[in-house]
Design a protein around this ligand. Structure first.
Ligand SMILES: Nc1nc2c(ncn2[C@@H]2O[C@H](COP(=O)(O)OP(=O)(O)O)[C@@H](O)[C@H]2O)c(=O)[nH]1
Ligand SMILES: [Mg+2]
Length: 190
């Protein structure tokens, strides 16, 4: 099992063609802006500053490569669907992701949604896109610290029954719920 003990930021790349030199498998983290991608990366590597360290102008438009345990790259992808740039942003995101998914090193997708809401149209579009690709993916419903029991049951029903996604992890990067399960799933994929 990968223990996420050794993690370091390697580089930001506009496309996977400019990824780091070492040839390692990649697991990409994708989701709407603000859903908690950076926080999840920091929780996995147990370093609050990891994803923040690489923060710089244009950060969110690039693929950010973190090397984990010298075994794989965790790739922080740009967030999608934020109101300010609207549809255009999603369009650019789609183009970038379509190219990224041709990446032969891509081993898995960690897809993060907000457990407080039903999946948005952007989430659904991305889900349809990933499903068609035949690449293992893990669905994370984050920020579950904000939910009571009945709201937890509601999001479970939405994801499993309405969306037909049997396996998902209810998580909170804030209260460290689901983190070990996410680590185990990533190890399994790799
Ligand atoms: N309540 C709660 N807030 C969270 C959680 N994870 C992230 N956040 C907050 O959500 C905001 C966006 O997080 P960030 O990791 O930057 O999201 P990103 O844009 O997807 O990388 C920040 O204010 C975080 O503190 C969580 O599990 N619970
Ligand atoms: Mg981020």
């Amino acid at each position: 099992m990968i223990n996420f003990a050794k993690a370091k930021f390697i580089k930001s790349a506009p496309t996977y063609a400019e990824k780091p030199e070492k040839n390692l498998k990649e697991v990409v983290f994708v989701g709407k802006s603000n859903v908690g991608k950076s926080s999840l990366i920091n929780a996995l590597v147990n370093n609050k500053k990891m994803a923040f360290t690489s923060s710089k102008p244009g950060y969110t438009k690039l693929l950010n490569y973190f090397e984990i345990d010298e075994k794989f790259y965790l790739v922080d992808a740009p967030g999608y669907g934020y109101t300010a740039s609207g549809a255009k942003h999603l369009d650019n995101f789609s183009k970038m992701m379509e190219t990224y998914f041709d990446n032969p090193s891509l081993a898995g997708v960690v897809f993060i949604v907000d457990s407080r809401h039903k999946m948005s149209n952007d989430d659904k579009d991305f889900y349809e896109f990933v499903k068609d690709k035949d690449i293992p993916f893990i669905l994370i419903a984050n920020k579950c610290d904000k939910l009571n029991q009945s709201e937890k049951a509601q999001i479970k029903k939405h994801i499993q029954i309405e969306m037909g996604i049997e396996n998902f992890i209810l998580a909170s990067t804030l209260s460290k719920v689901g983190i070990d399960e996410i680590k185990a799933k990533i190890s399994q994929i790799l």
